[in-house]
Design a protein around this ligand. Sequence first.
Ligand SMILES: Cc1cc2nc3c(=O)[nH]c(=O)nc-3n(C[C@H](O)[C@H](O)[C@H](O)COP(=O)(O)OP(=O)(O)OC[C@H]3O[C@@H](n4cnc5c(N)ncnc54)[C@H](O)[C@@H]3O)c2cc1C
Length: 428
Amino acid sequence: MSKNVNMIGAGLVGSLLSIYLAKKGYKVNIYERRPDMRTAKISAGKSINLALSDRGWRGLEGVGIADEIRKIAIPMYGRFIHHKDSSTAFQPYGKDNQAIYSVSRAEINMRLMDLAEQKGGVEIHFNERCTNINRQTLEAQFINEETQKTSSSKSDLIFGSDGAFAASRLNMQLSSDRFEYNQHYISAGYKELIIPPGKDGAFLIEKNALHIWPRGSFMMIALPNMDGNFTCTLFLPFEGEKSFANLKTREQVKKFFDEEFPDAVPLMPTLLDDFMNNPTSSLVTVKCFPWTFDNKIGLIGDAAHAIVPFFGQGMSCGFEDCVVMNELIEKHKEDWNRIMPEYETLRKPDGDAIADLAIANFIEMRDKTADPKFLLQKKIEARFNSKYPDKWIPLYSMVTYSPHIRYSTAFKRRATPRSHHAKNYGKA
Ligand SMILES: Cc1cc2nc3c(=O)[nH]c(=O)nc-3n(C[C@H](O)[C@H](O)[C@H](O)COP(=O)(O)OP(=O)(O)OC[C@H]3O[C@@H](n4cnc5c(N)ncnc54)[C@H](O)[C@@H]3O)c2cc1C
């Protein structure tokens, strides 16, 4: 077969998938709505840094980029809890120094695009927003965001990697009978704030941890950046007593932060300006099916399964899609009539599982991490697991450190200690 692929969206997942496909000899063109962030100096638009864990690393290792990303990744060995009375506690994430890693979204995205172009011969067309996909002719249409010029391109395969609000998905929805679609906004939104570095770039709070200020119905978290900054994210209900709706003036914001996060306020000199200037964004879960159409068009990453960020797995899940796709290309010897159906059959339950786990983890992070009983439970779990590692693995470890256990398997086994063995894809 001919091997021309058009991809919609050069975000994290589209860029990575293009490298996998290029390595298999496919000619990939990516059409990206935004300007080239390597030259245009634009912000990635949402969350400056992300937590990367083992499933994500596996995706990067598959195309030989993991070592390069490791250079810009900060290990976080546990949760550093900040209580309201300014006391603190540290909860390790796993055993033997297991960590998740804070990485810059823009940095990974730029390196993936570099690698796609340099090593894969992938062509990325910037400022090109996809407006339509013709399912019959496989012709995709674009409008240039700068010139408003329209264009179109035909290919043998199309991947929609255009994120949570994918135009590719909407197109498939409109052209399909019985397309399942579910979109759910949680009642909380988020706003990004900053703790800048101290003198000579010093980290003002523990560098190698994910910081959480759990406050019951809301929380703030902070992840370290290479330059000594911490990106803080306040997750807060849109409405209600303690909510974004009630933080309209600088005085209200100051009072709220002084009361709720007294140890953080002295470290946030630009807090009030940041709060007033930075956007308040919403958090959505998208579940849909099918993910493939006529065995020629596929949805991948957030386009197929957007999840809330509380398990830190959205990007890693998308990278795992690429690993699975690559395995299926090899297994079915590039027979897309077999690859596409197996891809969606395998991955849909995993996408659904991590979506539900991510919602549940919001409650754990914002509420339970402040509870001494929860801390004790985690200690007991860790002790049990270290004594009987083949009998039971804590949920967090299954999701974060066990890339050979499917998300759907982790979901089924959560909180049910019983004997099991890690299963590989295809066998589970
Ligand atoms: C606040 C927040 C925190 C997060 N934290 C984490 C975390 O800690 N760990 C983690 O693993 N994940 C995290 N995530 C999730 C993660 O950001 C996503 O899962 C990941 O970005 C998905 O990658 P993607 O390539 O599928 O989509 P995106 O990264 O959204 O990329 C989609 C690309 O498509 C382009 N595009 C969109 N529409 C069009 C169009 N019509 N035509 C052409 N191009 C188009 C966009 O410009 C973009 O470049 C977080 C998300 C949020 C919102």
